[in-house]
Design a protein around this ligand. Structure first.
Ligand SMILES: Nc1ncnc2c1ncn2[C@@H]1O[C@H](COP(=O)(O)OP(=O)(O)OP(=O)(O)O)[C@@H](O)[C@H]1O
Ligand SMILES: [Mg+2]
Length: 472
């Protein structure tokens, strides 16, 4: 069932239930109010008649009291002496004198037994409802006082009540109000269903589009309903980041393609030259073959680096984590790279103030150190020292490599760990690296539970730092 129908039905059901209960309650209240008004009116009439008759001798008539007379003209007055009942039909005040009837024989004992008459006989006017021939009749009794102040009779009047307890006009009004309320409930249900369902339908539609590959999806944000607001925002955020990662992926693929094409073009060109006869030139083919070898190595390195990054992305790097002395590893790598540093008079110094055991993979950490040290050496002027400082910081070991090169401009600093990012424009792809070195550093350090950072004072050098958790 669509959410719109469900919300509509639920809302309608709840509203109708509530309105039904309100209608019953208001029916009851209106009925009570109406009845109370009728009681008051009838009692006032009885009191008025009693006052009119006050001090007068109660005339008697021989016509028997008949309940059937109650049916019309609606109001009848019964005058009762303490022993005798005097029945007076009272369509209007002018009829009082002519309608007085004596009622002696066959006095309805029940009349005296009625609580309202009993109350009037005791001096308190009262009303009561009795059922006469399947009809509810409202009675009011008020005492008549003689000149001596004694109760000389009773005005007893009756008024038949509508079968529903309310007059037809009031019933029609209530039914009309109920009908209007039902129409409003339908309208409210439809509006609410549309209000809630529309943003959800838009979201579903947009999600289908995203699934079909169209990432440029943004939905309008509902401002009034908090949950729909945050759902819309999250959706837009999600499509935004999907777009971003799609763009990143496309840039990455473009970069990879470019990096692969350069050495392949060189190799292809070399092969063509060799085919064109250079192969037979025993002296000339040497440099061509070594250029081919260089480019092939470059290709292999690139593919290996990409493999590391792809594995790191997939969380599929196979790490052999064990306790390692980081200072020892750093010294070993410095020695390994001294063939690059020494000819340029660059000295690598390692300072480890305390025992620095980390939990890491020796091969991967060597790769990290090689990449950082390679950068430091490349960017150092001749005879400038490079210092490596290893310290303990709480539950981490910090290792920072500082050089005295040109440093990194602040605008590049935030991006140097990004893939294929090269800050130094003068280093082109032929002479320089691919811009993957620090990306690999970050991927490998993160995979080993650490983090990286770079700081630099342009002109004074750069410091690349990584932290690793201490060993077991
Ligand atoms: N010690 C440093 N001093 C100055 N700039 C640096 C330093 N280390 C890194 N950089 C800058 O950061 C960029 C990214 O470094 P990264 O190691 O990722 O790439 P690369 O050295 O250009 O290539 P690769 O390492 O893949 O051969 C470099 O191109 C360089 O501009
Ligand atoms: Mg590098």
């Amino acid at each position: 069932m669509p959410i719109r129908t469900r919300i509509f039905l639920n809302t309608l059901g709840i509203l109708l239930l509530g309105m039904g209960m309100a209608a019953i309650l208001s029916w009851y209240v209106v009925e009570q109010l109406f009845l109370n008004t009728q009681r008051e009116n009838l009692l006032s009439q009885a009191r008025l008649s009693a006052t009119t008759l006050q001090g007068q001798p109660i005339p008697v008539s021989s016509e028997p009291y008949a309940q059937t007379a109650n049916a019309q003209p609606g109001i009848h007055t019964h005058l009762l002496e303490e022993q005798d009942a005097i029945v007076l039909a009272l369509p209007n005040e002018a009829d009082i004198a002519s309608s007085r009837l004596e009622y002696r024989d066959g006095l309805n004992e029940n009349l005296y037994a009625r609580p309202e008459i009993d109350s009037a006989l005791n001096g308190t006017p009262a009303t009561a409802i009795h059922r006469v021939d399947d009809q509810r009749v409202l009675y009011a009794a008020a005492p008549i006082y003689s000149e001596t102040g004694q109760i000389s009779g009773i005005v007893y009047i009756a008024s038949p009540l509508a079968p529903s307890g309310l007059p037809v006009s009031v019933v029609l009004q209530l039914l009309g109000a109920l009908l209007v309320a039902i129409v409003l409930a339908f309208a409210a249900g439809t509006l609410l269903a549309r209000r809630i369902a529309r943003p959800l339908e838009q979201l579903a539609q947009a999600a289908r589009s995203v699934a079909a590959g169209n990432l440029m999806q943004q939905v309008p944000i509902d401002k009034n309903i908090k949950e729909l607001h945050s759902l819309g925002e999250s959706f837009n955020y999600m499509t935004g980041s999907l777009q971003k990662s799609d763009e990143t992926k496309n840039v990455f693929i473009a970069n990879v393609t470019h990096e692969l094409r350069t050495p392949l073009t060189v190799i292809k060109g070399t092969i063509e030259t060799l085919e064109d006869g250079a192969l037979d030139d025993t002296e000339g083919r040497g440099p061509l073959l070594s250029s081919m070898q260089r480019e092939t190595e470059r290709l292999i390195r690139l593919v290996n680096e990409l493999l590391v990054l792809t594995r790191a992305d997939a969380g599929a790097l196979q790490l052999d984590l064990r306790a390692l002395d980081l200072a020892e590893l750093v010294r070993a790598r410095c020695e390994g790279l001294s063939r690059l540093a020494a000819p340029r008079g660059i000295e690598l110094t390692v300072e480890a103030r305390e025992q620095a055991t980390v939990r890491g993979d020796a091969d991967r950490l060597s790769q990290v150190l090689d990449n950082i040290l390679d950068n430091a050496i490349r960017h150092s002027p001749d005879n400038a020292p490079i210092s490596i400082l290893i310290t303990k910081e709480g539950r981490e070991v910090r290792c920072s490599v500082s050089d005295r090169g040109k440093g990194i401009a602040p605008k590049h600093l935030a991006f140097i760990f990004d893939r294929f990012y090269r800050a130094d424009a003068s280093r082109n792809r032929q002479t320089g690296g691919t811009g993957l070195g620090l990306a690999i550093v970050r991927a490998l350090i993160t995979a080993q539970g650490g983090r990286v950072a770079a700081e630099s004072e342009p002109g004074a050098g750069a410091t690349i730092t990584f932290w690793l958790p201490t060993g077991p």
